[in-house]
Design a protein around this ligand. Structure first.
Ligand code: PMP
Ligand code: GLU
Length: 392
């Protein structure tokens, strides 16, 4: 009965676990949620006030499929000033979250059976998005010794005449690694040589603890031409529920993306878009404060995790996650299909901490914790993980 495109599609692990935690909490259970990557900060006042003003000024009608002109101007300015990329206004499309910006792009680019290279570990939704639009996810194994970064050789080893796109998430969810300019240039060179688009998911760009973040499209005009820059306000300005993301790319593709969006949803909520204008133009100090807080939480979490035997992880340079290798604990519990799911389930039921099993990111020897939560809760959660592991 259902479309064959849904074969093997699983619901989002991250959203699913977080919903389960809310349910358990409403039943009175004391659970610490280190699962979903959702900022615990509130949307800055000026963004909220701009939305309220938009309602009162009756900015509540249909608008352009590509997004509000005022918001696209703010995005254009941001990309020029902060990332050194010159996009025309008609190369920028505002969508309902980065998720939607990515899906629109895949619809616009993929034919049935086209291959999309997805480096492991990947963000949960990429493979499902590709499958939902009839594409074929092709997983690229990366190495821990190489900080899970993609190398040009990895790409050359895996590409076929059907390869159309590669996903590069920088900073990465779930590892938090950040690529250097040289590493990105090498990836661009290979992609140019083989006519592959780069879907550059830069949603964690602002949450970066090193100075080396470089936007792929800024590397050259050629790089810009094959790149779809994806970004949004969910993480950077703590605006997850407003659903504002965007894509920026060459004019031909951007026009196609706007056409896709026009038919599917017309455009994101006008009210949210007005909040977005303010988020991009007047929330700088709030963003700095949030990022400083994430950085200090990262440092505290690392200190606490180092005290737990048998866990290994790399120090994240961006985003707000720690991707933790739990393979040393494999002989401590019984499991059938997935070790990380069995571990995470036990941790939730016995240890009362919610984390995301690594299998959601394609790597079953790991769990991911998010430190986008209250500092006290984070440290208490890590304490609980320690007791749970010590009692295994
Ligand atoms: N890309 C990555 C890497 C993410 O972690 C997320 C998580 N939300 C998204 C895209 C989607 O973000 P949005 O809320 O803007 O849809
Ligand atoms: N991206 C976040 C995460 O990885 C939020 C949940 C989601 O959109 O999947 O936890």
């Amino acid at each position: 009965m259902l479309s064959s495109k849904l074969k093997g599609i699983t619901p989002s692990f991250t959203i699913g676990i977080s919903t389960k935690v809310k349910e358990l909490k409403s039943q009175g259970q004391d659970i610490i949620n280190l699962s979903i990557g959702e900022p615990d900060f509130l949307t800055p006042s000026s963004a909220k006030n701009n939305a309220i003003e938009a309602i009162n000024m009756d900015q509540t009608k249909y608008d352009s499929a590509a997004g509000l002109l005022e918001l696209r101007k703010a995005i254009q300015n941001k990309l020029q000033v902060e990332n050194n990329i010159l996009y025309e206004l008609d190369e920028i499309i505002v969508s309902s979250g980065a998720k939607h910006a990515i899906t629109n792009t895949l619809i616009a680019l993929l034919d049935y059976g086209d291959e999309v290279i997805i480096p492991k570990p990947y963000w949960v939704s990429y493979p499902e998005m590709v499958k939902l639009v009839g594409g074929k996810p092709v997983f690229l194994d990366t190495k821990k010794e190489n900080n899970f970064k993609v190398t040009p050789k990895d790409i050359e080893n895996i590409l076929t005449p059907k390869t159309k796109i590669i996903f590069i998430t920088n900073p990465s969810n779930p590892t938090g690694v950040v690529y250097s300019k040289e590493e990105l240039q090498q990836i661009v060179d290979i992609c140019l040589k083989h006519n592959i688009y780069i879907l550059a998911d830069e949603i964690y760009e602002k949450i970066c603890y090193v100075d080396s973040f470089v936007s792929i499209a800024s590397l050259s005009n050629d790089a810009k031409n094959i790149t779809i820059t994806i970004n949004g306000l969910s993480k950077s300005v703590a605006m997850t529920g407003w659903r504002i993301g965007y894509s920026a790319t060459n004019k031909t593709l951007a026009t196609a993306i706007a056409a896709v969006q026009g038919h599917l949803v017309s455009h994101p909520s006008t009210i949210s878009q007005w909040a977005g204008v303010s988020a991009l133009t007047s929330c700088q100090s709030e963003i700095v404060e949030m990022v400083n807080t994430y950085q200090s939480r990262r440092d505290l979490a690392i200190e606490a995790l180092k005290k737990i035997k048998n866990l290994e992880f790399i120090t994240p340079q961006g985003a707000f996650y720690l991707f933790i290798d739990i393979s040393n604990l494999k002989n401590k519990l019984k499991w059938n299909d997935s070790f990380s799911v069995a571990f995470s389930d036990m941790l939730l039921n016995i240890g009362k901490v919610a984390v995301v099993p690594g299998i959601a990111f394609g790597m079953d020897d790991f769990i991911r914790i998010s430190y986008a939560c209250d500092t006290e809760e984070l440290l208490q959660g890590i304490n609980r993980i320690q007791s749970f592991i010590e009692n295994l």
